[in-house]
Ligand binder design. Structure first.
Ligand SMILES: NC(=O)c1ccc[n+]([C@@H]2O[C@H](COP(=O)([O-])OP(=O)(O)OC[C@H]3O[C@@H](n4cnc5c(N)ncnc54)[C@H](O)[C@@H]3O)[C@@H](O)[C@H]2O)c1
Ligand SMILES: [Fe+2]
Length: 457
């Protein structure tokens, strides 16, 4: 008997069955939710609130950009006023690599801390979660990768997200970089959900447009993958729909004008809703592939998701058309008189149009053809054994998806330039212009089928 046939059968019959069963269990799993403080000044209010918890010493975990920008001031002033002793560890770097987590553990223990306050993007929040869990359990982060691998609960964790993307302030997950093995370690445990979180839009007004765009698309990916996956529930659907609609409306605004406080607050909430949705319903193929691109090429997580979202949805559409159609109606890019297939396509086209408006490319410059088989194998393994995806990927299908992301060789690009009239300028500057124009015109993402597909091919 053909061995590949066995693995194909396992993948397409046995694994989805097992995951459906696991989904029934996760539906019952109690997931704690942090108390949320929302609005301008919320981070200082969190600092004030901490005074009541009687911690011996709090380790504030952050990164050097945040300390340089002076974003901590409101919080640290409030901690001082409330008589809370604290130390600051600002050594976190993107994707929270293992060495950073270990350095954080050393500071946490040397300073005799008993609580953690994460102040930053997903990298900072995940580093803080790992520092707490590893320290209490006296384990290396690699030993805790997987589901519920720790014996003891971490100390109380508080969170102040400074990007609107990961939703880590409400999730059961910490993603840690393992540069040596070119992997991302996922630690999942309901006890690492922060106790309290502050969504403070004032901290996000200085977020550069490219990070605003990528992190916003990460949140959109969480919401969409939670909505089309097999583990969705009525509650996660509601959160996902709210997140998707808010992101479609507010991300172009925050991108065009970073100081738009109302848009920033709405996006921070949307990111939290999306986090709440996916922490129960899980993510899917987009994340499975994005994690490999992040681990190998250090592609920012949100950017990798953004580039992958439309192609992966096109691949998955046949298995989740009604759900994609509902998303299209919900964000207003389709109408009732359209057929379901057309509505689903309109949603995918709107995602691709959003990317173009945000200056996000359809290809990944760093991606190398020679790496594709290994990347695909790792992505399939992650997706097939973890995520309740609507449509399972085979090795060949995942490789084909990745090949769509290959940048054109330079020679082909210059031939096109000669053959065609000048294309509109690419990149961030152009994106700003396009976003500005779109915002002025109150433009909605393009509804026409075909246009988006041609651009992302
Ligand atoms: N735990 C989860 O549930 C979860 C979910 C999704 C992603 N992740 C992980 O989160 C990480 C990505 O997090 P991220 O997208 O928030 O990026 P990030 O935390 O790596 O931050 C990106 C950059 O933005 C800067 N930055 C952050 N806030 C800023 C601000 N307010 N103003 C100016 N600059 C600011 C940072 O210094 C950094 O250089 C990845 O490792 C990803 O795998 C975790
Ligand atoms: Fe993500």
């Amino acid at each position: 008997m053909d061995v590949s046939l066995i693995s194909d059968m396992l993948r397409s019959v046995a694994l989805p069955g097992l995951k459906r069963a696991a989904g029934l269990v996760t539906r019952m799993l109690p997931i704690p939710q942090p108390m949320l403080l929302v609005g301008p000044g919320a981070s200082a209010r969190l600092g004030q609130a901490l005074g009541a918890f009687g911690h011996r010493r709090v380790l504030v975990v952050t990164d050097a950009t945040i300390t340089r920008l002076g974003l901590l001031a409101g919080l640290t002033d409030a901690l001082t006023a409330a008589g809370v002793e604290f130390r600051v560890f600002d050594g976190v770097t993107p994707d929270a690599p293992l060495a950073v987590v270990q350095a954080g553990i050393a500071v946490y223990e040397a300073e005799d801390c008993d609580a953690l306050l994460a102040f930053g993007g997903g990298s900072v929040m995940d580093a803080a979660k790992a520092i707490g869990l590893c320290s209490v359990n006296e384990k290396h982060p690699r030993q805790l990768a997987g589901y519920f691998r720790a014996r003891h609960a971490p100390p109380p964790i508080y969170a102040v997200p400074t990007t609107a993307g990961t939703g880590s302030e409400v999730t059961v997950v910490a993603v840690i970089g393992d540069p040596e093995r070119q992997r991302k370690l996922v630690i999942a445990d309901t006890r690492i959900v922060p106790r309290m979180a502050a969504l403070d839009p004032c901290l996000m007004t200085g977020l550069p447009p490219d990070i605003t765009a990528a992190t916003g698309m990460d949140a959109l990916t969480h919401a969409v993958e939670a909505y089309i996956g097999q583990w969705h529930t009525a509650a996660t659907d509601q959160l996902a729909l709210a997140a998707v609609a808010t992101i479609f409306k507010q991300l172009p605004r925050a991108f065009a004008d970073g100081s738009d406080l109302a848009a920033r607050e709405a996006l921070a909430l949307a990111s939290t809703y999306a986090g709440m949705a996916f922490t129960r319903a899980d993510v899917g193929n987009v994340h499975a592939i994005a994690h490999q691109l992040g681990a190998r090429y250090h592609t920012p997580h949100g950017l990798a998701n953004a580039i992958l979202l439309a192609p992966v949805l096109r691949y998955s559409a046949s298995a989740c058309e009604p759900r994609l159609a509902r998303l299209a109606l919900h964000v207003g890019v389709a109408t009732d008189d359209m057929g379901e297939v057309e509505q689903a396509e309109a949603f995918i086209d709107a995602v691709a149009a959003m990317n173009r408006m945000l200056g996000i490319p359809a290809t990944l410059e760093a991606l190398r053809e020679a790496d594709i088989p290994e990347l695909a194998a790792a992505a399939c393994h992650e997706a097939n054994f973890n995520y309740p995806v609507p449509r399972v990927m085979s090795q060949a299908q995942c490789e084909a998806l990745l090949r769509q992301l290959l940048a054109e060789p330079a020679a082909a690009r210059s031939r096109k330039k000669v053959a065609k009239p000048a294309a509109p300028p690419a990149g961030r500057a152009a994106a700003k212009t396009r976003a500005g124009t779109a915002a002025k015109a109150g433009a909605k993402p393009a509804r026409k089928r075909g246009a988006a597909r041609a651009a992302s091919a």
